[in-house]
Design a protein around this ligand. Structure first.
Ligand code: FAD
Length: 531
């Protein structure tokens, strides 16, 4: 063998070794990006300046009747950035568990917070050193087919409700994912992909709420409307929602459609072709997060009612690992982000589950149809990960429809200037809501931004600055922002978006003079903007 041949052979061996090494590294990364996390993610909390909790006085006689699932320790939420020391967590199974916990807190000078599945992202579902009511075991429900309502206990998730209603009925208004509790959804007045229905609060016929003094009240738009409008979108500060009677709708079969358009054309398309077309029953949009078409190109998802009636059992949304892999890969730079957008445009339509094929339903040719429940039965499991040093946070802005284009232009400038790692930007429709702390006083479009951030001090500072500028951009076009997310806005920004906040906090003192019900949100902002 000549010297050259030996050198080539060595180079080949080294090349193969390096390729294998690279393949192993890529494979390991891919596994990390796709793996289902074990349990909830926990990150170092955003520093608040508060010191460690002091010891809290306990009266053992009363403690015995409270069912603790956690004593002491900390709680976190879906942002993973809100780790907070709590007095303990109480499992609520019955109405009396709430009453007992309220009495225990009152007798011991403690606070109470109410928690669903803690997907709010700024500690709205707990307060420092508070007793946290875990409502998730309070989840029974019953259906009234005549009235077309479901009466559901507040700890049930939409996932539970859908399984209960399927195949005949479906939820009328909920978020675009099904993981949330009914109580948590009413308390933020959540909204989703039914562009006609409005927010969850509109579909609540009545609800039962236990106030801080332990009394139970049934409230509705006609029966004690003041309290009703404080509890809807009331962030758990006026009472503990026990159950609610909620409108349901028919579980219709839909033919999905996708349109690719420019964001500029969306308001016109919506007003001219969608809002006026009753056959479209669900709608949302995704704006591109890829550099070449950033917040410009838009995929509009439309669900047109079909006459098919064959509805198979509900199945979980899939493929979770592939979706998680694509999502986490996209965080790594502009090329994968570009690929994610291309995948959403061209590949996803082919991968989507097709529960009802038209041939199965009517025998006249093939097309992919979905039932309303199938489309809304998505727990977004792919958004959960165990990647270290980073997390994903959600924000949402509501803007008057005629200023949507202007807002997107402003938001794009802010996001670009700040080098934000924007993972998803979805557009939804909201209507005027008349709950006290309403985020929409007129017909609006909502822009929800899902952003990746580092969990270190620089990451927090960056996100705080970015959020402040986006809030100002929304305010500049007469818009507001959604409150279940990080508490990085100033009291002035809160007052500007929610001029009714003083009235809201004043009413809170009326209904809960001892301030028994609390949260991180309340503890932070009530002293700053209340009277
Ligand atoms: C990935 C993701 C996607 C989201 N998508 C949407 C969306 O499409 N549309 C939308 O509108 N929102 C959306 N949200 C926000 C979400 O709707 C809210 O955070 C909602 O409150 C979550 O419900 P939960 O059960 O986790 O409530 P929690 O976070 O546990 O609680 C939220 C608030 O409700 C109060 N609360 C909970 N249960 C009760 C009760 N029984 N009685 C009184 N108060 C109670 C809590 O005290 C707290 O103030 C999203 C959030 C995430 C993380």
């Amino acid at each position: 063998m000549t010297h050259l041949q030996r050198a080539l052979k060595r180079a080949l061996v080294i090349g193969i070794f390096l390729c294998m090494l690279l393949a192993v590294i890529v494979l390991r990364k891919a596994i990390d990006y796709a793996t289902e996390p074990e349990g909830d993610k926990d990150c170092p909390p955003v520093p608040t300046g508060a010191g460690p909790s002091g010891p809290v006085r306990i009266q053992p006689a009363v403690t015995a009747s409270v069912v603790w699932v956690q004593r002491g320790g900390t709680l976190n939420d879906a942002s993973c950035l809100s780790r907070t020391p709590v007095y303990g967590v109480v499992a609520v199974r019955e109405l009396d568990d709430v009453r007992t916990a309220l009495a225990f807190a009152r007798d011991n000078g403690l606070k109470i917070s109410v928690a669903g599945v803690r997907h709010s992202m700024g500690g709205q579902a707990f307060a420092r050193d508070a007793i946290v009511l875990d409502m998730t075991r309070l989840n029974r429900m019953s259906l009234d087919t005549q009235a077309r309502t479901v009466t559901v206990q507040s700890g049930a998730t939409w996932h539970d409700v859908q399984r209960f209603l399927h195949p005949r009925f479906a939820v009328k208004a909920m978020q675009s994912a099904d993981v949330f509790t009914v109580g948590g959804s009413i308390s933020v007045n959540a909204h989703g992909m039914d562009h006609r229905a409005g927010s969850v609060g509109r579909t609540v016929r009545s609800l039962r709420v236990m106030l801080a003094d332990g009394t139970v009240h049934t409230v509705s738009r006609t029966d004690n409307p003041r309290l009703f409008n404080l509890v809807v979108g009331g962030y758990g500060l006026f009472g503990v929602i026990l159950d609610a009677e909620i409108d349901v709708t028919e579980n219709a079969v839909y033919r999905p459609e996708r349109r690719v358009l420019r964001y500029r054309d969306f308001p016109g398309v919506f007003a001219g072709e969608i809002a006026t077309a009753p056959q479209y029953e669900l709608m949302y949009g995704h704006l591109s997060t890829a550099p070449h078409s950033y917040l410009d190109e838009m995929i509009l998802y439309l669900y047109r009612r079909d006459s098919a009636r064959v509805i198979p059992p509900l199945a979980e949304a899939r493929p979770v690992k592939l979706r998680r892999l694509i999502f986490n890969l996209a965080k790594q730079g502009s090329l994968p982000m570009r690929l994610k957008w291309l995948a959403e445009k061209y590949v996803e339509p082919r991968l989507e589950a097709c529960p009802v094929s038209r041939s199965q339903a009517q025998g006249d040719g093939e097309a992919c149809l979905v039932s309303r429940n199938h489309r809304m039965h998505d727990s977004m499991r792919h958004l959960k990960n165990s990647l270290e040093g980073e997390t994903d946070v959600l924000q949402e802005y509501f803007v008057p429809r005629d200023r949507f284009v202007e807002f997107v232009d402003r938001a794009r400038s802010v996001l670009r200037a700040r080098g934000a790692n924007l993972l998803n930007a979805s557009v939804r429709v909201v209507h005027p809501e008349d709950n006290t702390l309403t985020y929409a006083r007129g017909e609006m479009f909502a822009l929800a931004l899902y952003l990746n951030q580092s969990t270190n001090a620089a990451g927090h500072a960056h996100m705080r600055a970015l959020t402040g500028e986006l809030i100002d951009a929304a305010a500049g076009v007469g818009g507001t922002f959604f409150l279940p997310y990080q508490l990085s806005y100033t009291p002035e920004q809160l007052r500007r978006a929610y001029p009714q906040i003083r009235e809201f906090f004043a009413a809170k003192k009326e209904y809960d003079p001892g301030g028994l019900l609390s949260s991180t949100f309340y503890a932070k902002y009530a002293p700053l903007v209340g009277d």
